[in-house]
Design a protein around this ligand. Structure first.
Ligand code: XMP
Length: 606
């Protein structure tokens, strides 16, 4: 290993990636390991951090991990679940109880290198059901917590054994609410593990450039450039290594792009000095032809994927770049089964890791300059290489593009179960002075880690954000068969819905492009583009109360890595703008704002 590094064991939830990101921000490499990884995968690290988990240590859940980590002669720090596991392993006791949630005051028992530079009382952040209630031999209590005067102290909030070099925090040092959490992590990483801070973007770039030169030799690299952050930064790194002559870029317009997207992407790539071998193919007609008559969402996705491969192979052969390697903008989270895949059973094969690509990787024929980086690091590297801010901060855009945002229909109303749902959703909404009805079509969602295909509900009435989101949550929880809830931005409560037969057509795509451009421009103009993580605009072919033929649904969300999402609150001035401009587009039958979290809704509607 070229860098001093820390292994972070991912016991689930969002914590492990947050820990790894925080350690990397200290300029120390951190890599994620699965709890069941063979012990060899832990060799070479200067320390190990065990993450938190949704599992209960008191019930021995998830206790089947590689316990040989405790034989490693390096310091180990556990947080929350990891803390409890360390206590248990060394003879302490963990019970179900002693729950703390939110802020707490950590009182330090004595000066210790883990808390170097910190005060006697530190504000920390708690989220646990289980607690350590006794310690094994050689362990000591390094701190306890209180919240307010009246409360009895929660013991063993920080524990440690200097003999074994094992430590535990009941709190989450990785979250910003633990005010000096970064300092605690730094004390562990530098003070106890003795890491040197070598993980800098400058050094990373120099190493990657050398590596790419050695790997590629005098051959060329062929890379698909979508215009997204990852492929653009990857292209810049490869050009840095090989010069612009030996990098061939192909941009495919599949006809499912945003308004003016391809033109802007080509101009942007040119401006970055990547225009020398920049190839473009307009395959819009081919995709439209392949999609003709396709209504079912999964089939649509497959058709788009298959067409893409066909176009790519044909163009690659036509361009005839001799003896080339394939460049990809794969980033670190794309390569690991975590954050809701292996541990949460939602398996989604990433397109950068399909079998044919895996074979090429084994043969050394794939160049992936960003494969060790998190998104924030990709942005930092991109900024260093002159990639403009608006590219670096662009919202993620799915491969099948607007194709998954243009719902299609045979025109037959899907009313199964609607009679049962209607009074139930209306009753929940009425409790809060609102109106609600289920709609006669379906969209994709995810429930209990499985794909669902269920009915959306429309909610109407005036209320503040908190109330609207609360009512949407209640409907989603209480009424079976519903997986989305959207708020009507128009006046009154819509009652008559008539689905219309519609497929993927140029006219519909053009309308969606216009609506999407209005929304994107609105987010930028009202200063919320960055705060909103992604904002699909969706068209549903349905007449509402005898008006128009296309319902527009806007879905602003906040998210970290797309595994979960919550509805984003938009400024009222922006909502007013959308209320005014979107219904004026031709054929629009209504405008709704999706208030569904993920789960139970997915980010995309199909
Ligand atoms: P869902 O809809 O599953 O989306 O909550 C999670 C994230 O993935 C994006 N997405 C895709 N990206 N190909 C992609 O490259 C796809 O087929 C695809 N489907 C969804 C989606 O936009 C969101 O960011």
């Amino acid at each position: 290993m070229d860098h001093d590094a820390i292994a972070v064991v991912d016991f689930g939830g969002q914590y492990a990636h947050l820990i790894a990101t925080k350690v990397r921000r200290l300029n120390v490499l951190a890599e994620i390991r699965e709890p069941e990884d063979p012990i060899e995968r832990f060799h070479g690290f200067k320390g190990v951090i065990l993450s938190g988990s949704p599992s209960l240590a008191s019930k021995d859940e998830d206790s089947d991990y590689t316990r040989a980590i405790y034989d490693l002669d390096v310091p180990i720090l556990g947080m929350c679940f990891g803390h409890q596991e360390i206590a248990k392993h060394y003879g302490g006791q963990v019970i179900h109880g002693g729950r703390e949630w939110g802020p707490a005051d950590l009182h330090l028992a004595r000066a210790h290198p883990l808390f170097e530079g910190l005060g006697p009382v530190e504000r920390v952040w708690m989220s646990h059901f289980d607690s350590v209630v006794s310690l094994g031999p050689d362990f000591e209590e390094l701190g306890w917590t209180t919240l307010g005067e009246a409360e009895a102290p929660h013991r063993f909030a920080a524990i440690g054994s200097d003999r074994f070099r094992r430590y535990g925090f009941q709190f989450h040092a990785e979250v910003d609410d633990t005010v000096n959490g970064d300092r605690m992590l730094a004390n562990f990483v530098f003070g106890l593990c003795g890491c040197r801070p070598s993980w800098t973007m400058e050094r990373y770039l120099a190493e990657k450039v050398a590596h790419i030169r050695a790997q590629v030799g005098d051959r060329s690299v062929f890379l698909l450039a979508s215009g997204g952050v990852d492929s653009t930064v990857a292209a810049r790194v490869i050009a840095e290594a090989l010069g612009p002559d030996r990098l061939h870029l192909l941009h495919v317009d599949n006809g499912l792009m945003r308004k003016d997207e391809s033109r802007k992407v080509l101009a942007m790539l040119e401006s970055l000095g990547l225009g020398r071998n920049l190839h473009f193919v307009d395959a819009g007609e081919e995709f439209l032809a392949a999609l003709r008559g396709v209504v079912e969402p999964e089939r649509k996705r497959r058709v788009i994927g298959d067409t893409f491969i066909a176009v790519f192979e044909r163009e690659a052969a036509r361009l005839g770049v001799p003896d080339h390697l394939l460049g990809q903008g794969t980033i670190y989270p794309d390569t690991i089964e975590t954050g809701g895949t292996r541990r949460a059973d939602v398996i989604k094969t990433h397109h950068n890791r399909v079998p044919i690509i895996e074979r090429m990787i084994a043969q050394g024929r794939v160049v992936e300059p960003l494969v060790d980086l998190y998104k924030v690091e990709v942005r930092e590297l991109g900024a260093r290489l002159g990639v403009p801010d608006d590219v670096l901060w662009r919202h993620p855009f799915p491969g099948p593009g607007l194709g998954v945002r243009l719902l299609c229909s045979t025109g037959v109303a899907d009313t199964e179960g609607l009679d049962r749902m209607a009074p139930q959703v209306a009753e929940v909404a009425a409790r809060h002075g609102l109106q609600a009805s289920p709609m006669p079509f379906r969209s994709v969602g995810v429930k209990a880690d499985l794909r669902s295909y269920e009915h959306p509900v429309v909610l109407s009435g005036a209320a503040d954000w908190e109330r609207l989101i609360e009512v949407a949550g209640l409907i989603l929880r209480e009424v079976p068969g519903v997986n989305r809830c959207a708020w009507n931005l128009g006046s009154g409560h819509p009652t008559a819905f008539r689905p219309l037969a519609a497929g993927v057509t140029r006219e519909r795509l053009d309308l969606l492009r216009e609506a999407d451009a209005v929304v994107m421009e609105g987010l930028r103009r009202h200063g919320v583009y960055r705060e909103v993580w992604q904002c699909p605009t969706v068209l549903v072919p349905i007449e509402v109360d005898g008006r128009g033929r296309e319902l527009v649904i806007v879905r602003p969300i906040r998210s970290e890595r797309a595994m979960t999402a919550s509805p984003a609150r938009l400024p009222h001035t922006l909502l007013d703008h959308l209320r005014r401009v979107l219904p004026a587009l031709p054929g629009v039958s209504g405008v709704f704002l999706d208030l569904t979290s993920k789960p139970p809704g997915t980010i995309e509607w199909e």
